[in-house]
Design a protein around this ligand. Structure first.
Ligand SMILES: C[S@@+](CC[C@H](N)C(=O)[O-])C[C@H]1O[C@@H](n2cnc3c(N)ncnc32)[C@H](O)[C@@H]1O
Length: 252
C-alpha cells in the first residue's frame, strides 16, 4: 500500500443516497482508460480494503453453508485483482475440496495483473470478456461477483441476474455494497486516512452512491423473473449487501 496524497471531494460530502446513481451519472476513475501499472496500483488497494474490511466473509460464509464436494467449478465475474478467487482457492485447499476456479473480467489488463499477483502453485484461470457475451466453456456450478454489480445500469443488473440464472447450474452470489450514509462516510474517511490510491479515494464513496438497498434487489429480482423465496438478501458489516441464490434441491 502506497502513501498517496489526500484527494479532493468527488461530490458533496454526503450526496442524496435515496436513489441509486447510475454509472454514467457518477463515473468511476478505474473504468476510464489508464495504464496497466495505474490499474494494478488501484486494484491492489481495493484488494487491501477487501481484506481489512472483511470483504471475503460473505462469500466464504455462503460457500461454507453449501457444504460443497470436490470438483466444484466457480466462475467469478469482474474478478479484478483476483483476490477473491485466491482467497477461495486457499479456503478450498484448507477443506481438501478440489476446485476449478475461473475469473472473467472486461478489462484485458486484469488477466495479466491477477495472474502476476497469484502464487506459482495457483491453478486459477483468468479470462477476458464481457459477461453478457460470455459462454462459459464448462458450465459453472456457482457464479459469484464482488463489487461488480454497481458497475452496471439498472437494466443490466436485471440482465446479469438472468445471465447467472441461465448459466449457473447450482447457484450464484452477488457481493456488493449497501447504499447508506454510514458506509459512505466510512469509506470516504478511511480511503483518505489510509492515503489509498487516488482512484480508490474517489471511487470508494462513488461506489456506495451507485450501490443498492434491499428494495432495489427485490425490484431487480422480480424483473428477472425470480420469486422472493428463490433468493436471500443479507447485509454484512461494514457496508456490504449480498444476494444469494441456491437452486432448489441442488448441492454442488
Ligand atoms: C471494482 S472492480 C471489482 C474487482 C474485484 N472483484 C473486487 O472485489 O475487488 C469491478 C470489476 O468489474 C469488471 N467489469 C465491469 N463490467 C463488466 C462486465 N460487463 N463483464 C465483466 N467484467 C466487468 C471491471 O472491469 C472491474 O475489474
Amino acid at each position: 500500500m502506497a502513501d498517496y496524497p489526500i484527494a479532493g471531494s468527488p461530490q458533496p460530502l454526503l450526496p442524496d443516497l435515496s436513489r441509486r446513481a447510475q454509472p454514467h451519472e457518477l463515473p468511476e476513475l478505474m473504468d476510464q482508460p489508464c495504464s496497466r501499472d495505474e490499474l494494478r496500483a488501484c486494484l491492489r488497494d481495493v484488494a487491501w480494503l477487501n481484506r481489512v474490511l472483511f470483504g471475503y466473509r460473505p462469500i466464504l460464509h455462503w460457500l461454507e453453508s453449501l457444504n460443497p464436494t470436490s470438483g466444484l467449478r466457480i466462475l467469478d465475474i469482474g474478478s479484478g485483482y483476483g483476490d477473491t478467487l485466491r482467497r477461495i482457492e486457499q479456503w478450498a485447499k484448507g477443506k481438501g475440496i478440489a476446485v476449478q476456479l475461473t475469473g472473467l473480467d472486461l478489462n484485458p489488463d486484469t488477466a495479466v495483473i491477477a495472474a502476476q499477483a497469484s502464487p506459482p502453485h495457483s491453478t486459477i484461470r483468468w479470462i477476458t470478456g464481457d459477461v453478457f457475451t460470455c459462454q462459459p466453456p464448462d458450465p459453472p456450478h456457482l457464479i459469484i461477483s464482488s463489487l461488480m454489480a454497481h458497475h452496471l445500469t439498472d437494466s443490466d443488473v436485471v440482465r446479469f441476474l438472468q445471465w447467472m440464472e441461465d448459466h449457473a447450474t447450482h447457484g450464484w452470489f452477488i457481493n456488493d455494497l449497501s447504499r447508506r450514509p454510514v458506509p459512505y462516510r466510512l469509506l470516504y474517511a478511511f480511503t483518505r486516512l489510509m492515503r489509498l490510491h487516488p482512484f480508490v479515494q474517489h471511487d470508494g464513496p462513488v461506489s456506495i452512491a451507485r450501490a443498492f438497498r434491499p428494495e432495489d434487489w427485490h425490484h431487480y429480482c422480480a424483473a428477472a423473473g425470480l420469486n422472493p423465496r428463490d433468493y436471500t438478501l443479507r447485509g454484512f458489516t461494514p457496508g456490504r449487501l449480498c444476494v444469494a441464490r441456491q437452486k432448489t434441491g441442488s448441492r454442488p
